[in-house]
Design a protein around this ligand. Structure first.
Ligand SMILES: C[S@@+](CC[C@H](N)C(=O)[O-])C[C@H]1O[C@@H](n2cnc3c(N)ncnc32)[C@H](O)[C@@H]1O
Length: 289
């Protein structure tokens, strides 16, 4: 394919988590959760929840980490999962009930301004759910208002795309077919907090000063545990923003891009594990002053 095709403003609009993106996350929940499971395990280990604690899980998605937290803080402790997608909170409520977990609730709300009658909470947790606020300073101040003084916050946020080869190599292929404008630094989105100075500044404006930040680096199964290269390519095209950009170019472009993605993923495929590609995230912990 010669010459990338320009994409439309429609394809560039922000991620609509309350609508389309939330529904896509739910439709591909097992694959998404499988892909970020190693980072969730590291963050949960770092957070080291104790029985009796009252926890908020912000941007809780399909509730995988929320359920794990509920089990750690039982029997006296409890957890509230907050997410802006009604599809995800409805599904999470059913998932927890099916799992027999009772010290858990889910609420559909914007974490940037939600008010909770049963605040303050002891802890706040979020795996990749804190980077999407359009006004992050105000949002973190609101999160702080839901916590008791001295409460601890534990977050996972993505490091820069250049350190996330799963994203870099995938986007290198997508860019051959469609023009993708350069990312705007600090704009709401998965990489909003790649710049740690900015993250520190946002957190400290909310009262979480001097966060401890450690890097997590490891292989992640793109498209979920044990996905084939074909399944990983299909996952990218149906569930990620890159797929939406390619869809706008029509079926021929989409098919050509899919074939290149499959070839890429073949080079990273490990039998019995899936398409294993390098990822990097920041694991952040801080206390509310
Ligand atoms: C990348 S997903 C992570 C989901 C979940 N934390 C996990 O690790 O499985 C980001 C989540 O944040 C939610 N989200 C985005 N903006 C939000 C907001 N302003 N308030 C609450 N949830 C939000 C999305 O709906 C989505 O479920």
């Amino acid at each position: 394919m010669t010459g990338a095709i320009k994409n439309s403003p429609e394809a560039l609009k922000g991620e609509d988590w309350a609508g389309e993106m939330g529904a896509k996350w739910l439709a591909n929940l097992e694959r998404f959760e499988g892909m970020i499971a190693p980072i969730g395990e590291a963050l949960l280990k770092q957070a080291d929840f104790k029985p009796g604690e009252r926890v908020l899980d912000i941007g809780c998605g399909g509730g995988g980490t929320t359920i794990a937290i509920a089990k750690s803080v039982a029997p006296e402790g409890d957890v509230l999962g907050v997410d802006i997608s009604p599809d995800l909170t409805t599904a999470s409520t059913k998932r927890a009930a099916d799992d027999g977990v009772s010290n858990i609730r889910f609420m559909c709300a914007d974490a940037a301004n939600v008010q909770l009658a049963d605040a303050p909470y002891d802890r706040l947790f979020s795996r990749f759910g804190s980077m999407f606020f359009s006004e992050p300073h105000e949002a973190f101040a609101n999160l702080a208002s839901l916590l008791r003084p001295g409460a601890r916050i534990d977050l996972a946020v993505w490091a820069a795309p250049r350190d996330n080869l799963w994203m870099m190599e995938m986007m290198t292929i997508v860019r051959r077919f469609v023009e993708v404008p350069p990312a705007i630094p600090r704009a709401p989105g998965p990489f909003a907090f790649e710049d740690l100075d900015y993250l520190r500044e946002v957190m400290s404006s909310g009262g979480f000063s001097k966060p401890k930040i450690v890097s997590y680096e490891g292989l992640q199964p793109v498209g979920g545990v044990n996905a084939s290269p074909q399944e990983a390519a299909s996952f990218v095209l149906t569930s990620m923003a890159a797929g939406r950009l390619l869809d706008e170019q029509g079926p021929a472009v989409r098919t050509a891009a899919e074939l290149e993605l499959i070839e890429l993923f073949k080079t990273h495929h490990v039998e019995g594990q899936g398409v294993m590609m390098q990822g990097k995230a920041w694991l952040v912990s801080a206390k509310l002053q």
